[in-house]
Design a protein around this ligand. Structure first.
Ligand SMILES: Cc1ncc(COP(=O)(O)O)c(C=O)c1O
Length: 471
């Protein structure tokens, strides 16, 4: 990339994120030449490019101003055109090295994928485990084979009903966590070499599954507030023989984006027109910070094309590894694949969760958990405002426990990850969420742990490492 293009991209980022509001005056030529150590012609060329992109407008004898059409607050940085190319994925080494580093219990877990275990009702769950194990029939090893424990599927089906979604127990398959559900769905609707649409940035396990099943990925840009770009998806569907989409509709990992009901409906309709299955990853849906559950996309499905995957890993019992999929017209195929791959989910764990859902006060626990995340997000936000430089940017998610932080463009997130670890802090660097290792100046921060002085000073330390982590 040439210098003027780099400069234009940095400023486009600032405009799209809202750091430079519509109507505000752009910096003078002199200011930019000294600030960036570039020539006047580089600045001119950058400004011409921004004008071409519709982001700024010249006013006679007054300079450049942010154009009204640029009111795309929180838009991610422009994706390179290659984002709509399908590509083979190689992400695992990078992900494994980051995950391994974050395992140590003494490390401040900003990079962790889980909330604090202190927030889960582990003792009450243990009672359900003890109680239900004593009642387990010797025949359950056979009876509870896929699709899975019947009382558990009934409880899950009731929860769908509570949202106004009719989801018959027969279409629910219990799995080892949502991750297995997602993988089985992908296997059910693709063959090696097929093209799958995924999010960018997106959950690294989708990239790993694509890598493992020898598929090809088309990355669809995600807006950190409103989710995937439907126009880009529509263009990608025109251009590629996309066999399936794997998207998060609520509190996307890593950005925290949540799609509106209208957008979910439009997404389901777009895919239905082309008969493309949607693998909907909704593991954070129950963790809405506001009062009501945001309907998932499956609520708008009339063709059985949406496979809604979720689990209890983020809300109740991470170690039990109980998830499920409401698999629509693919339920039987998914069930067979489940039998062929891992046979069954743990039978005592299924029974324990069924008992807890029936008698343990799950909704009360969820209300408490959501309240804790809301407060912890407020503390994280305050700390970031206090310590991070002005040209960093984040949006406040309306659910879940991840915050996507865009750092000044000179910061290299991989370097920051190494330096942070040396200081006892884990972070999830942006490149692990992209097939092309993009988002080099982004990090995902976990706020799912009770706030403390230690966490506060970890944010301060992170901020102090930014200069050292320069590219
Ligand atoms: C977006 C997303 N989907 C799925 C999973 C996996 O969920 P489970 O632990 O239930 O397999 C995770 C866990 O990190 C996740 O972040």
């Amino acid at each position: 990339m040439k210098r003027f293009e780099m400069l234009a991209n940095t400023m486009a980022d600032e405009i799209r994120s809202g750091s430079r509001p519509v109507g505000s005056r752009m910096p003078s030529l002199r200011h930019l030449t000294t600030q960036h150590g570039v020539s006047q012609s580089t600045v001119f060329r950058a400004y011409y490019l921004l004008e071409e992109w519709g982001l700024i407008r010249a006013r006679e004898r007054s300079g450049y101003y942010v154009a009204p059409g640029a009111a795309l607050e929180h838009k991610p940085a422009p994706q390179p055109p290659a984002a709509l190319e399908s590509a083979k994925v190689e992400i695992s080494d990078l992900v494994f090295s980051v995950l391994e580093a974050a395992k140590h219990p003494n490390v401040v877990p900003f990079g962790s994928a889980f909330p604090s275990p202190q927030l889960f009702p582990l003792q009450r769950l243990a009672r359900s485990l003890g109680h239900s194990s004593r009642l387990i029939s010797p025949w359950s090893t056979v009876v509870d084979l896929p699709p899975g424990n019947e009382p558990l599927r009934r409880q899950i089906s009731l929860r769908y009903m509570g949202m106004g979604i009719a989801q018959p127990m027969e279409q629910l398959v219990v799995t080892n966590g949502a991750l297995e559900a997602l993988n089985l769905c992908l296997m059910a609707v693709t063959r090696p070499g097929d093209v799958v649409a995924i999010e960018s940035p997106g959950f690294y396990a989708a990239l790993q599954a694509i890598e493992r099943l020898d598929l090809r990925a088309v990355e669809i840009p995600v807006d950190p507030v409103s989710g995937i770009d439907l126009q880009a998806l529509s263009d990608a569907l025109d251009k590629h023989p996309i066999r399936a989409c794997w998207f998060m509709t609520n509190y996307q990992n890593p950005t925290g984006a949540a799609m509106s009901q209208e957008k979910k409906k439009a997404l389901v309709e777009l895919l239905a027109e082309r008969d493309v299955p949607l693998i909907e990853d909704d593991v954070y849906g129950e963790l809405h910070h506001a009062a009501t559950y945001p309907l998932p996309a499956i609520a708008f499905d009339t063709k059985g094309l949406v496979m809604h995957c979720s689990s209890f890993s983020k809300t109740l019992a991470p170690g039990y590894r109980i998830g499920w999929v409401a698999a629509g017209r693919f339920a039987e195929k998914v069930q067979r694949l489940k039998l062929m791959t891992t046979l069954s989910a743990s039978i005592p764990a299924q029974a324990a969760i069924a008992d807890y859902l029936q008698h343990g006060g799950y909704d009360k626990h969820l209300r408490k958990l959501r309240g804790a995340f809301r407060n912890q997000l407020a503390s994280m936000d305050t700390a970031l405002r206090r310590y991070m430089p002005e040209d960093s940017h984040w949006t406040l998610p309306s659910g879940g426990y991840f915050l996507w932080l865009r750092l000044p463009s000179h910061v290299d997130a991989m370097q920051l990850h190494r330096l942070a670890l040396e200081n006892g802090i884990s972070i999830a660097p942006g490149p692990i969420f992209s097939a092309r290792h993009e988002f080099r100046n982004h990090i995902r921060l976990n706020f799912g742990h009770p706030w403390s002085d230690n966490t506060e000073s970890a944010v301060q330390t992170l901020a102090s490492l930014l200069e050292q982590a320069s590219r």
